[in-house]
Ligand binder design. Sequence first.
Ligand code: ZN
Length: 711
Amino acid sequence: MRLSPGGDEASMAQSEDPSDNRGVRPPPDVNPRRDPALDFPDKPFREMTPGDYEALGYMSGLEVHQQLDTRSKLFCRCPSGRRVTKVDAEVLRHMRPTLSELGEYDGTALMEFKTKKEIVYLLERGTVCTYEMDDTPPFGIDEEAVRIAIEMAEMCNLNLVSELHVMRKQYLDGSIPTGFQRTAMVGLTGSIPFRVPELGMDRELSIRQLSLEEDSCREVSDVGHRITFRTDRLGMPLTEMVTEPELLTPLELQAGGRLLAQVARATRKVRRGPGAARQDVNVSVAGGRRVEIKGVHHHRRLPLLVHTEAFRQLNLLRIRAELERRGVTRESLSVPAQGVPWEVSSLVQEVSTLIRHSNYQPARQAVHRGETACAVRLPGFAGLLIHPTQPGVTFARERPTGSGVIACPVHHPFMSHSDLGAESLSSQHWSQLARALGADSGDAIVVVWAPGEDAATAAREVLIRAGEALVGIPPETRQGFPDGTTGFERILPGADRMYPDTDTPPLPIADRMVMEVRAGLAEPPWVREDRYRGMGLDARAARGLAVAPWAGLFDEIGPGKGEPARRLAGTLEKRIPFHSRRRRGAKPRQPEELPNAERLGPAVRALEAGEILPEALSRVVDALLEEVDRPAEEVLARYRRGPGDEDRVLAAVEEVVRRAALELDGRAPEVRLRWAMGEVAPAFLGRVAPLEVEARLASALGLNDGKEPTP
Ligand SMILES: [Zn+2]
C-alpha cells in the first residue's frame, strides 16, 4: 500500500492529535503504567531477570541513524563520507531564540539561549559549500540516497509514501548551522521477524517509520561559552529507523539494535566504522516518562545504559514520593520570572562576602576571581540531595548537571550543598547561611558560584531543577558514559519541532524507481537464514552466516546442499577471520576485503565431486589463501585423491614403521602410533581419511588387535 500525499502530510502536521492513527505520532511520552514500583530493590544488571523488568514496567524503543554510502550529500553535491582535518575558513555564529511558526518559544531554544553560546564552524573547501552554511537553498534530493532508503523501507515491509515531503526538524544545539535538519518520511508502519533464540524470542518487531535525513556537524570541542564543529559530515544522508517501544528488557533492546543494523547492512550500501551508525534509545518505567539517551555508537553498550536509566527513573520517583509526603509544592520553589533572583526572592541570597571568608577553597578562590556566590534554599529537601540516582551519582549531581550545561562554568566545582555537611563549608558557615535564608533543618541549601549573570542563571536553574523533582522524570535527552551512567544533555524537544520546508516542493516517488528497487532488493537477513537452513545448515550456523560479511561469497561459490554447504559455511566462519587478522590485524568488514569466489570455488567443486575429502576443505582454503601466487589448480592437486594413493599410503606406513623401530625403540606403542600419525597423516590430508591412515599404522605397529581398517 502507498499513502496518498495528502494523507501523510496531514498526519505529520497533526501528530499531536491522539485520535490520529493514520500516521506518525511521537512515541508515547508517558509510560502506560502509572504505578511506580517504589519498593523494588536496586539491583545490579547481572542479577536482573526479565520478570524484574516487567515488575518495573520497563519499556524501550530505538531510533537508529545510519549513514548511507552515497557519493554526494543529501541536498547538495558536496562529496559524502570524506573526513577532513584541514581548515580553510571559520564561521562564528551566535544562537538566539526566535518565535516558532506557532508563536511560541521552543523549550529547547530557550535553554540553548540561556547558554549564550558562541558557535564556531570549521570549513574545508572540498567538503562544504554555501548550502550547508544556509546561503543557498537546497539542491535536488540525492536520488541514490532515496533509492537506498526505499530499499530499507521495502525490507521492513513499510508502507511507502508516494511523495517525499521535506520537513524541517528544529536542531538548536548549533550542530546544524540553519537551526533545522531537513528530513523526509519514506515509509511507515511495518514489521520484521525478530528471532532471538538465546532469549527464547520469535515474534515480530514493529517499525514505526523510516525517514531520510541530513547528518549534523561533528563536535570538536565544547569549552565554556564556545562550541566548535567541523562541517565535513554535515548534510550527509542518513536513514532514521524508529521502532515501537516494545523492547521489554535491556537484552531485547540490544537484540533489536543488532537486528536493525543487520537490515541496514544487508543493503551493502551503508557506511561502516566509528560513528556511521548511532542509536538513540527511549526508556521509561512505570510511573515515569520517555527519556532519550542519544548517540550510542554500539548496541553492546545499550543494556547497561538503559538498566541504569530505569533505576535512575525509579529513584527520581522515590524522591518525588518523599517530597509529596513532606508537603513540598512547586509554588514553594518558585521565583518571580523577572529580576535578579536574590533581589526578588527570599529563597536566594547573594553570599559572596560570607564565602570570601570561608574555608572552602574552590568557592573562596572563585569569589577572589571576581565571581558571584549565591545560596539557594530548597524547602523540604534536606537529605534528598544525597539520595543516589545512579551508581556513584546523587540527586544533587543529577540535577545541577543541568545548571552546569546552562551556566557553562569553566571552573569546577561550581556548587556545593548542605547535605554534604562539613565536606565543603564548615558547619558554622552553613549555620550562617541557614540564618540568612531563614532555612530550618528540613531544608537543603545549595551554594553556587559563577561569573556575574551566570550566577543568577545558575540559581534559577537550581530551583527549576528542584521543581522538576516534583514532576518526577523531567523530559530530557541524556548522553551515555562508558561506565553505563548517563548525564543530562538537553530538554527533550517538543512535538512541534517539525514544520514543512518551504524551499522544497513535494517530490513524487516514481513507480518506476520503486519497481527498480524491488527488482534489485537485497535479501533480508531472516530470508537468508531460512534459505541456509534449507541447504542443510543447523540453526546456529544459518543465523551466523546470514549476517556474516562473507555471506555473499558463500552464495557466489554456491555449494551443493548438505555436506558441501555445511563444510563451506564452517570453513569460512573459522578461516576468513583468521586470514583477515593475519593480513590486517582486523576482521573483514566489507565484501571487497574478502577472497574472491574464483579462488575458492574449485576447492568446493572438488569436494562435491568427491575428489577431496570433507575434512580437507579448511586446509585447502588455507593453502589457497596463503599461497596467493600459485594457481588454484596447482594447490588443489596436492589434496586431490588419485589412483596411486593406496600404494603411497602403504609405502609411507612401511617407511614410518621402520623409522619408529629405530627412533622410538622401547617407547609405549601408543606413543609410537601418535608420532607415526603426525609423520604420515598430513601428507595424505584430503586424499585418505585420517582414520584409515591410523588403522593402517596401528595394524603395522601391531596395535589394532585384528580390527579392520576403517574404510
Ligand atoms: Zn555542500
